[in-house]
Design a protein around this ligand. Structure first.
Ligand code: NAD
Length: 485
């Protein structure tokens, strides 16, 4: 085993869990046993919550101008440790080093946004009638929990940590049980940046600890990022114990390609979108809806896809189970009459025979009811559905229950606007295969891709991580009293 058994982190120190249940952490790159992760108990959680509650009493009284200083230093530390962090992400998640590095760059951008929060929450004040003022101030909500998935071990935790903590909350992070190592590094860097003990804490585990978080009366707010199935469970369970909840779910993103699309730009964008992070992105292209005759573009997509080599510029998928699930979708589509143009099944990377690799896969003549077209495959697989016109393309996109992202490839501004207005998704790309809004724009989908109001990043997050206090003041004894003041 390469690393020691994972511990929980609270009060500024690492402690072993009281559990006797552990899961192996296997590197998907080559099957190496990296460590073991504890499935923490309710007693562990009680201890962590108490520490976070005590820390909240002090941290919430520190001014935001002071709190934010920690994140200026944290940003510098992320830059300094970029390579080490990227290597660790690569090891536990299986993505390429460049992809891991990009994830840290995004974490830095998220931290920069948090550093601007003092400018964004200055509050409001207005004389509402003669001598009477109303003012609004933002207060932190208390102990908050952030439950995160496996596919971005640094970026997704950093969607929540800098904003929630700068705004005065104390946090308990529940990392994915598949990739808990990067979170430990985050804890170390936050401590080095000067974050007081108890403000940031980590509890490891799986379903049981997530349920305990949802039920715990000492936790005021829960953010969740993961599959839609679990997002629904977390949303309803944490709401049932009267917490505020924002739960981001899975995705099935449709890219609509029109006959006037720029061929080479479209081909490279679509291929990169479906294969980046081995297709394990909630913003990945999953279905390409081909409008009219775009055979030339499809041929170019296949050329681009063949340039993507597993173990070189394509990472592994997270587990053996994931590899088998993805390959099953491809085989089912083939049996149902689809044409496999590029086949990534049975991929073995020399020297990494125990790794979990699926090569880029392009499937043509998929129909909207095939499972590869309806389910979240979460692998480097592009399904092409052929349609005759834009309205048929939109009706397919609109019918899918998710709504994270959609994109259109065209050189016509009018057609782009037509799709922007009609696509049923929260994030739209025009000639962009991965339309992630960069800070300060917020990230969040619609429909089954998000449960709750507002977004988790950007200015929208301010409302989620704070409570608004409205104060009405009158000092002037001569001010007239009316029925409102
Ligand atoms: P997952 O839903 O399996 O796990 C997410 C978290 O929930 C983990 O911390 C896990 O321990 C916990 N969990 C798992 N099963 C649970 C259960 N039954 N009850 C309570 N908690 C449970 O997701 P994953 O496989 O880690 O990540 C991939 C998924 O995340 C994909 O669906 C992807 O689209 C989604 N995702 C969405 C976004 C977004 O912004 N919408 C971003 C990243 C990932």
């Amino acid at each position: 085993m390469k690393y020691p058994v994972i511990q929980n982190y609270f009060g500024g120190k690492f402690y072993p869990s009281t559990t006797d249940k552990f899961l192996d952490i296997i590197s998907p790159l080559d099957g190496t046993l990296l460590s073991k992760v504890p499935l923490s108990t309710k007693n562990d959680l009680n201890q962590v919550v108490t520490i976070a509650q005590n820390a909240f009493l002090k941290w919430s009284k520190v001014t935001i101008k002071e709190r934010v200083q920690v994140f200026f230093r944290y940003k510098t530390l992320l830059e300094k440790h970029m390579l080490d962090l990227a290597k660790l992400i690569q090891e536990e998640n299986g993505k390429t080093l460049d992809e891991a590095r990009a994830e840290i760059e995004k974490s830095i951008e998220l931290t920069e946004f948090a550093c601007s929060l003092p400018q964004l929450i200055e509050g409001e004040i207005l004389e509402v009638s003669k001598g009477v003022e109303c003012r609004a101030d933002y207060y932190p909500v208390g102990v908050v929990a952030s439950i995160v998935p496996f596919n971005f071990p640094s970026m997704v935790p950093n969607w929540t940590i800098p904003n929630a903590i700068t705004l005065g909350n104390t946090m308990i992070l529940k990392p994915s049980e598949s990739v808990p190592l990067s979170a430990l590094k985050i804890a170390e860097l936050l401590k080095e940046a000067g974050l007081p003990d108890g403000v940031f804490n980590i509890i490891n585990g799986d379903r049981e600890i997530v349920e305990a978080i949802c039920d715990h009366p000492g936790i005021e707010a829960v953010s969740f990022v993961g599959s839609s199935k679990v997002a629904k469970i977390v949303y309803s369970r944490a709401s049932a114990s009267f917490k505020r909840v924002l739960a981001l779910g899975g995705a099935k993103n449709h890219l609509i390609v029109l006959p006037d699309a720029h061929p080479s730009m479209t081909a490279s964008n679509v291929a990169a979108s479906m294969s980046g992070c081995a297709g394990q992105r909630c913003m990945a292209a999953s279905v390409m809806v081909a409008v009219g005759d775009i055979n030339l573009i499809i041929e170019q997509i296949c050329v681009e896809a063949r340039k993507i080599i597993p173990g070189q510029n394509l990472g592994s998928v997270i587990s053996k189970t994931a590899k088998e699930r993805i390959e099953k979708y491809i085989t089912e589509a083939e049996k149902q009459g689809a044409t496999i143009l590029v086949d990534g099944r049975n991929t073995i990377v020399p020297g990494k025979e125990k790794g979990f690799y699926v090569g880029p896969t392009v499937i043509d003549h998929v129909t909207p009811t095939m499972s590869v077209a309806t389910d979240e495959v979460f692998g480097p697989v592009l399904s092409i559905i052929r349609v005759k016109d834009i309205d048929e393309a939109l009706s397919i996109e609109n019918a899918n229950p998710y709504g994270n992202a959609a994109a259109v490839f065209t050189q016509s501004g009018g057609m782009a606007r037509y799709v922007i207005d009609r696509a049923n998704a929260g994030m739209i790309g025009v000639n962009i295969g991965v339309p992630v809004p960069r800070e300060p724009f917020s990230f969040g989908g619609w429909n089954d891709s998000k449960f709750g109001v507002g977004d988790l990043t950007g200015e929208s997050s301010i409302r989620f991580w704070t409570k608004l206090k409205k104060t009405t003041t009158k000092w002037n004894p001569e001010a007239k009293t009316n029925w409102m003041s």
